[in-house]
Ligand binder design. Structure first.
Ligand code: HC1
Ligand code: SF4
Length: 580
């Protein structure tokens, strides 16, 4: 340990700490733009490129960056002297001098860390001007918008894409005013193996990366009296939407969200949790089928992989050709919902599919890409027409001058709004697996589970393995969140599956869908993700029906329309295939 003094306060910190870490322990906030320490999910961006965190160290002539300077015993530091404040202000002015002045219309307005600093520093004029400005073409993918004019070269996106996702499509290229973080050779992102996970967007401090906003399409649909507009809300949205309205992280606002959607004019407000239950019926049946064959000594593709996370599907499709036959063929809940809404439900209403608009509210940006896949449309008419992120929904609600805090809670419509606790826990890492285990166990053993919580699959570690007793067989299960962890499991399977895993759940985003890139920004606070997880589990305990196979609306759907899980009609409407 070494003793340091910051702003007159003394503290002992482990040797090797940075000044920034020491300040944090003292509760002293030193602003940064590039630095981001998400060590819970194994991401530390330490590019030390922005120089916003400069501080004064006694005995040193130059100011030093707090994020990249290691403390020494007896160090005396000033984090807010006039000299420091002036230097910081100059740094921020320099950033602004080469930054578009579009704050009024920027998608990040109000959430931008550069804007926030400029405001805190009282910058009212930009005195630094020059002839050159960085200019880049704006790029749209199905999920993401890149406006690299706004890039401040913090490299957070690059670290996220490399270290957490192991996709590695972003890196710093070029020099001087042309310097930018981009795919190799400045290829369009759409032409790379980008998974559309959007985690680069989730950590971008400015407006350089944002979601491809589709709210206008929804507004048009709602305004058209001839269109029946149906909305589904993903499990993870209800524990995050509140944050956009000033609620404590993890607040559960399901009833308020439903009420707001009705105020906005949606004709039917349904729940993706219903479709999650349906997914379990299909995926669980597929799992049991494969296990049966395995127990009978047949060659069978194991472990089975969950397939509801679209970024994960993109990852395996682009990088693991040899494993393409092992994911479950079950479509994701979002797509099962779309398919059922535009067949079963549209037929009930006697509305042709072209006159129905299905909107999804998702915590995820890759869901925009998933909905656009050719295999999820019928004669050019998509099963899911528009996907909005939780953030886009928050904007839509605010635009209509609705404050969710002033709304009475309301309930989902029937029948596609009826769901179980198992459907809700899909939103957290380990939840899809737990939901599947509840149903698989009871189906396989014929016994009723005494305890529904499978604690051994819960948790926040990026890679977890556990054993689950299923009567005749003990299942080895694996859970990964963050694609770098998924990569470890996939590499193991390629090498012969030494842990003999039978089932693996993968979610691309840290924490599962609750940490999706479409959720309100966490601004580097991983505790926000943990609070959302805790809320999903505590909310789930209060739900009366907690097993997917007991969902009465799902049962009725099979009895009156689909026939059996994995039957012909179910196969046609609820399954898919993968291609390299
Ligand atoms: Fe998810 Fe899913 S859980 S993928 O995380 O399987 O996005 O919330 O809607 O489809 O149900 C996301 C969440 C979501 C699907 C479900
Ligand atoms: Fe990388 Fe995901 Fe961003 Fe694509 S969306 S560039 S995979 S972090």
């Amino acid at each position: 340990e070494v003793k340091i003094t910051i702003d007159g306060k003394e503290i002992n910190v482990p040797s090797g700490s940075t000044i920034l870490q020491g300040a944090e322990q003292l509760g002293i906030h030193i602003p940064t733009l590039c630095h981001l320490d998400l060590h819970d999910i194994k991401m530390v961006n330490q590019s030390a490129s922005c120089r916003v965190c400069v501080v004064e160290v006694e005995g040193r002539r130059n100011l030093v960056p707090a994020c990249a300077t290691t403390v020494t015993d007896g160090m005396v530091i000033k984090s807010n002297s006039i000299r420091v404040l002036n230097a910081r202000k100059t740094v921020v002015e320099l950033f602004i001098s080469d930054h578009p002045k579009e704050c009024l219309t920027c998608s990040k307005s109000g959430e931008c860390e550069l804007q926030d600093l400029a405001e805190k520093m009282g910058i009212r004029n930009i005195n630094i001007t020059g002839d050159a400005m960085s200019t880049y073409k704006k790029e749209f993918t199905t999920s993401i918008i890149r406006e690299m004019d706004k890039c401040i070269m913090c490299r957070r996106c690059e670290t996220m894409c490399n270290d957490v996702q192991s996709v590695g499509v972003l890196s710093g290229i070029n020099r001087g005013f042309d310097a930018v973080v981009a795919p190799a050779f400045d290829e369009p992102l759409e032409n790379t193996v980008c998974t559309h996970c959007g985690q680069c967007v989730a950590v971008c401090p400015v407006g350089a990366l944002s979601e491809n906003d589709n709210t206008w399409k929804v507004i048009e649909g709602l305004a058209d009296p001839d269109t029946t507009v149906v909305v589904q809300t993903a499990p993870a949205t209800r524990v995050a939407l509140g944050e956009a309205f000033g609620y404590e992280a993890g607040s559960v606002v399901t009833g308020e969200m439903v009420a707001a959607l009705r105020r906005l004019g949606f004709d039917y407000v349904f729940d993706t949790d219903f479709a999650a239950d349906l997914t379990i019926m299909e995926e669980g049946t597929e799992l049991l089928g494969r296990l049966e064959e395995y127990l009978n000594g047949k060659e069978v593709a194991l472990p089975i992989l969950t397939s509801c996370c679209p970024a994960w599907v993109n990852f395996i499709e682009s990088q693991y050709e040899e494993l393409i036959d092992i994911p479950s063929s079950a479509r994701s809940p979002q797509q099962m919902f779309g398919s059922i809404a535009k067949t079963y439900f549209a037929e009930k209403l006697n509305v042709p599919r072209e006159k129905m608009m299905v909107v999804s509210i998702m915590p995820c940006l890759a869901k925009k890409f998933e909905a656009s896949r050719d295999e999820f449309s019928v004669e050019g008419n998509p099963d899911v027409d528009v996907v909005l992120s939780t953030r886009e929904l928050a904007h839509l609600i605010k635009r209509a001058n609705i404050n969710i805090a002033e709304l009475e809670k309301e309930s989902y419509d029937n029948p596609l709004g009826i769901s179980t606790g198992a459907g809700l826990i899909f939103g957290v890492t380990g939840g899809v697996l737990e939901a599947a285990l509840r149903t698989a166990y009871e189906t396989k053993t014929g016994e009723t589970l005494e305890k529904l919580e499978f604690e051994q699959v819960r948790g926040f570690d990026g890679l977890r393995v556990a054993q689950v007793d299923m009567g005749e067989i003990t299942l080895n299960v694996g859970i990964a969140h963050g694609l770098s962890h998924a990569r470890k499991l996939l590499d193991e399977i390629k090498e012969g599956n030494p842990r003999n895993l039978h089932v693996i759940e993968v979610m691309a985003c840290p924490g599962g869908c609750i940490g999706g890139a479409g959720q309100p920004y966490h601004h580097g606070d991983v505790n926000i993700l943990k609070k959302r997880i805790a809320s999903i589990y505590s909310e789930e305990k209060n739900i009366t029906i907690r097993k997917s196979h007991e969902n009465p609306a799902v049962k009725e759907l099979y009895e009156t329309y689909l026939g059996k899980p994995m039957g012909e009609k179910a196969h046609h409407l609820l399954h898919t295939h993968y291609a390299f």
